[in-house]
Design a protein around this ligand. Structure first.
Ligand SMILES: [Zn+2]
Ligand SMILES: [Zn+2]
Length: 611
């Protein structure tokens, strides 16, 4: 909600100088201090002026930028409804010749500073390596009164540039993994402790699949207690899902969960969630489990277990939420059960979802009950977050998911979704850019902050600023990527759906996370667009390089789908490697067992085809 109050525009800087001071509390929260630093740093870049930061004890009078709660702010006696702002909402308001940016205790103030810099001053943080900061030695702002409470309590982008501290903070992401140091060295290591990200939500332990994969039931238990583990085809299977009916399982999981919380002071959520993979080959089929599963659905068994863990944990840790997945064999909502008040259901219908069409309108999604299932989970749960799974391990592959973004995030907000885990890549690919990954991460960060964000305008702005004179060609490419005529049929994973829901397949559909084969003739057209795009910016090396990094996805698809006798095949093979190397794209995709297909090995295989 934006309303102008008063009628005084204020001049924050004049001809590279300022007499404004940034005023914060004497002992501000670390993220408020970080917010003041970010504001001073950016205003200096914009105006050339130094904006000193003073504590409120020493500051009075006018021409102040008051950042965060403080005595100086109290003295203004503004009618700010802090309760209504919640942990992350904020107010940006001109008061006389001063400016106030303040908000809720978790990340309200810092969210307000970034919103001010972006929406009022015009800063754009497109990627970790590329921002646009306007230069205005004289900086005036109109009277403003902005109040915003983010509609989603949890905002998590997994992939692209989202592992970068500055970028994540500036995009107002607020949910993080704890176990981040296992990924790209130096990139995410200090994520949790960083002042710019303080107040974020982070998981104790791994954020999903914790009942498997050596999580809350550690493999070390296997030797003494094979009976804790799944009975599959007559043998105990250490890597499976636990035996959910074993009487020791609940105390064991609760005990380990408490240990995880203790090891990660400050964590606000912990996941109790099934192993990845299907149930037939990974679930327990002992007679006791079989008896229970004859009476309850797989979802119901999971929900009952998670509710019992939550009821135990809440006694010692009322502030830690218990997250579980509604995924694969637990995706369909239970009947006649409700979730414990301290739980989060993360709804992961991604692999079965068509993202080409709107979630609630596509006939395949309807046949599969994707949106209806979400609504039902929302009805029985205190909070539902959505795992939006647009990309699996094949990140350089173009995917047609942009057309539905704007509609989908508004529809999910209106339905009552409270948070998002957006997956645009897989694990160690985090640092990789390439293709449209950076743009994807940017757009998703924007819509999970505010679903009313204008996605099409965002795409155009991103392209205009990033690609300059090449922007029109890149926009044509993006249009082709998001047009069904560029693709052949349905992705491999969707084949079973073709048989299951034949009537839905009178149209083209995608399957989240799975790549849709592309038409060689369309790839030739895309390749030609990039020839023109590169020519348009041939004398601007930085812009040219950004164009080439996007082009990698076309070259990758050419190498996958075009015949090696096609002239663009040899051309793609020649041009891919040096750009990928400079961009640090160490592998081109990850396959089903999550093994990496290393770029040089992939290219070697393609070279062999040429001979
Ligand atoms: Zn069992
Ligand atoms: Zn569809």
């Amino acid at each position: 909600v934006t309303t102008a109050i008063g009628n005084q525009s204020i001049e924050l800087a004049s001809d590279g100088g300022t007499d404004y001071r940034i005023v914060i509390a004497g002992e501000p929260a670390v993220q408020v201090r970080a917010a003041a630093d970010e504001l001073a740093e950016h205003l200096k870049q914009v105006t050339g002026a130094e904006f000193p930061i003073a504590s409120d004890g020493a500051a009075s009078g006018n021409r102040r930028i008051l950042v965060g709660p403080s005595k100086a702010l109290d003295a203004l006696k503004l009618d700010i409804d802090f309760e209504g702002l919640g942990p992350e909402g904020f107010v940006i308001r001109t008061v006389g010749d001063s400016l106030v940016i303040t908000g809720g205790p978790k990340r309200g103030t810092i969210n307000g500073v970034y919103t001010f810099l972006e929406d009022v001053i015009g800063c754009r943080w497109y990627t970790p390596a590329f921002s646009v900061i306007p230069e205005k030695r004289t900086l005036s702002i109109e009277p403003i009164d902005i109040q915003f409470v983010p509609p989603f309590e949890s905002r998590f982008v997994f992939g692209g540039c989202a592992g970068h501290i500055d970028w994540a903070a500036r995009q107002r992401l607020n949910t993080l993994f704890f176990e981040v140091s296992v990924w790209t060295p130096g990139y995410l290591k200090t994520f949790i402790d960083h002042p710019k990200l303080a107040g974020s939500i982070y998981y104790a332990g791994y954020p999903h699949h914790t009942l498997g994969h050596n999580g809350l039931l550690p493999y070390a238990e296997f030797e003494a207690h094979p009976d804790y583990f799944a009975l599959v085809n007559g043998r105990r299977f250490r890597e499976g899902q636990p035996c959910m009916t074993h009487p020791d399982l609940l105390p064991l999981v609760v005990g380990n969960a408490k240990k995880w919380i203790k090891e990660r002071p400050g964590s606000r959520i912990l996941s109790i969630s099934q192993r990845d993979g299907d149930f037939v080959n990974h679930g327990c089929h002992c007679s006791r489990c079989n008896d229970l599963y004859a009476k309850q659905t797989l979802t119901e068994v999971n929900v009952n277990f998670v509710n019992r863990v939550a009821a135990e944990l809440v006694k010692d840790h009322p502030d830690v939420l218990v997250d579980t997945l509604a995924y694969h064999w637990t995706r369909k909502p239970p009947k006649d059960l409700t979730m414990h008040e301290n739980t989060v259901v993360r709804y992961c219908a991604g692999g079965a979802t068509c993202y080409y069409h709107n979630l609630d309108e596509c006939e395949l999604n309807k046949a599969r009950g994707i949106f209806e299932g979400l609504l039902e989970w929302i009805r029985i749960s205190p909070r539902v977050w959505v795992w939006y799974y647009v990309h699996g391990g094949d990140e350089l592959h173009p995917i047609p998911v942009f057309n539905s973004i704007s509609h989908n995030f508004k529809a999910m907000r209106d339905a009552g979704v409270k948070g998002f885990f957006i997956q645009t890549s897989w694990g160690t690919m985090l640092r990789n850019g390439g293709g449209l990954l950076d743009l994807q991460a940017y757009l998703f960060a924007k819509v999970i902050w505010d679903p009313d964000y204008d996605v099409q305008k965002g795409i155009e702005e991103f392209c205009r600023d990033s690609f300059g004179a090449a922007a029109p060609k890149i926009l044509d490419f993006i249009k082709m990527v998001n047009d069904e005529s560029s693709y052949i049929g349905v992705p491999e994973y969707g084949q079973s759906a073709v048989e299951e829901y034949p009537s839905a397949f009178k149209r083209f559909h995608t399957a989240g996370g799975w790549m849709t084969p592309m038409r060689p003739e369309k790839l030739r057209q895309m390749d030609a667009l990039f020839d023109e795009a590169e020519r348009a910016v041939a004398d601007e090396p930085e812009v040219l390089e950004r164009v080439r990094v996007v082009r990698l996805s076309v070259q990758y698809a050419v190498l996958v789908y075009c015949d090696s006798s096609d002239p663009i095949f040899a051309k793609a093979l020649r041009d891919f490697e040096p750009v990928a190397k400079r961009a640090g794209i160490h592998h081109v995709r990850r396959v089903a067992d999550r093994a990496e297909v290393v770029t040089s090995v992939f290219l070697e295989e393609q070279r062999a085809l040429l001979k």
